[in-house]
Design a binder for this molecule. Structure first.
Ligand SMILES: Cc1cc2nc3c(=O)[nH]c(=O)nc-3n(C[C@H](O)[C@H](O)[C@H](O)COP(=O)(O)OP(=O)(O)OC[C@H]3O[C@@H](n4cnc5c(N)ncnc54)[C@H](O)[C@@H]3O)c2cc1C
Length: 396
């Protein structure tokens, strides 16, 4: 493992850092960009769209996309440095993240020439904002159990059904949708992949409000929604393989996030707050807990580096992917839980106060940290994968 950056990588980091320092409006910055990756309201969404356009004009959107599609053909290391710098500057996640990170690369890899011409150019420039319509009330971990139906009516499909947990659907122009086209076929083979205009009559979006008031995701209902055949990606019945390609890109587009940053903030908090009338930091138990979190964060960081080294050498993905997903999201929960122990009931204060000067940070962490143990494959599913595919344990 080589821990050093090349002079070119250092220069790249300087470039993006300076550009962000000169251009990112302070009032667009967010405390934890990943937690607030969907804008809280339409006004903020519109401002973030403007921000994406500013970044796009300067060549800072979709940097790992091929040059012919408007990217920079950036290397994996450059993408990582870029993510780190955006996180460091507390830049908001771009509203077009689902298009940039998922459907754009899928269409570049597997879309028709017509799809590439029609949809791809509008993604980086934020002319089209996309959302992902995969999960349903009866199909999440077991995605192949989805039942939203698309019936063939000659030149178009008619879609009926419901999606759920659809992040950002309230602002999206388009949705990439998994539908069942052949209920008689084996589960994985009866699925197709459609691109659907969210303005089509028969689509109804209902927000689901999180405990902290954030409106992140939605239920999306489809009643007799007509979708032209031209909007089918691949062939009828190829939806499962396209879904797997999409999820592969989703796993790649993680974005910058730092346990170290949160643990350092917890350390600062422990120096401020009192437990039973004494400064929390003076308790050896508190310091031990903080030390353990810091050790776990280091173990996570080096496992991530090992994973990265594999990728840079072009080796096949190892077990680190599921281990990172499981350990990283569970560590996030442990950090939030420890904030709760330090602050007691005060952790629920959702605005700055004398007791919790950096509110609502810890309240948001307590509420939001759990989502990462569910989104993109739950902890239980990661444990199944590690047990079966890494450790070779029997299924039952
Ligand atoms: C923040 C967030 C954003 C999301 N955004 C989107 C989005 O934009 N588009 C979209 O399509 N979806 C989205 N999702 C949905 C996400 O993909 C699903 O929540 C996830 O796949 C889990 O499915 P489920 O919620 O139906 O839970 P279920 O699959 O019903 O699981 C319920 C519980 O049972 C456990 N379980 C299930 N199967 C097994 C098993 N075989 N072995 C052991 N335990 C099991 C699970 O671990 C979980 O604890 C989002 C979710 C979150 C949290």
């Amino acid at each position: 493992m080589d821990f050093h950056y090349t002079p070119e990588q250092d220069a790249f980091r300087r470039d993006i850092r300076q550009w962000l320092a000169a251009n990112l409006p302070k009032d667009l910055c967010v405390d934890d960009p990943q937690d607030e990756r969907v804008a809280p309201d339409r006004a903020t969404f519109e401002r973030r769209v403007e921000w994406q356009r500013t970044m796009y004009k300067a060549g800072w959107v979709g940097i790992s996309w091929p040059v012919e599609y408007g990217g920079r053909g950036a290397s994996l290391m450059e993408q990582i440095i870029y993510d780190e710098e955006c996180f460091r500057a507390r830049a908001p996640v771009l509203p077009g993240y689902s298009g940039i990170g998922m459907i754009g690369p899928v269409l570049i890899e597997r879309g028709s020439e017509a799809h590439k011409r029609r949809f791809v150019p509008r993604i980086l420039s934020a002319d089209d904002i996309w959302c992902q319509g995969f999960s349903e009330p009866g199909a999440g971990s077991d995605l192949a159990g989805l039942s939203t139906r698309a019936e063939d009516r000659g030149d178009h499909f008619v879609v009926n059904g419901q999606k759920v947990w659809t992040s950002g659907a309230q602002f999206a122009d388009w949705i990439y949708l998994l539908v069942r086209t052949d209920p008689a076929a084996p589960r994985h083979r009866g699925i197709s992949y459609l691109l659907v205009d969210m303005k089509t009559p028969g689509i109804n979006v209902r927000p689901l409000v999180l405990m902290n008031g954030h409106k992140h995701f939605n239920e999306v209902f489809f009643v007799d929604v007509a979708v032209p055949k031209a909007n089918l990606v691949g062939k009828v019945g190829e939806g499962w393989s396209l879904a797997m390609t999409t999820l592969m890109y989703e796993r790649k587009s993680g974005g910058g996030r730092s346990h170290d940053d949160q643990i350092a903030r917890l350390g600062a908090l422990a120096r401020q707050v009192k437990i039973d009338g004494k400064l929390a930091w003076d308790s050896p138990l508190v310091r031990q807990r903080l030390a353990q979190l810091a050790i776990d964060a280091s173990a996570f960081k080096y496992t991530r580096f090992r994973n990265l080294t594999r990728q840079l050498r072009g080796e096949p993905p190892g077990p680190e992917g599921s281990i990172l997903k499981l350990f990283g999201s569970e560590l996030g929960v442990r950090i939030a839980d420890f904030a709760g122990e330090l602050l007691g009931p005060r952790v629920l204060l959702n605005q700055p106060s004398e007791d919790v000067p950096d509110g609502p940070r810890w309240y948001n962490r307590v509420v939001s940290s759990r989502q990462y143990t569910i989104a993109g494959g739950t902890s239980e599913i990661q444990r199944n994968i590690i047990g079966e595919r890494v450790l070779g344990l029997p299924k039952d």
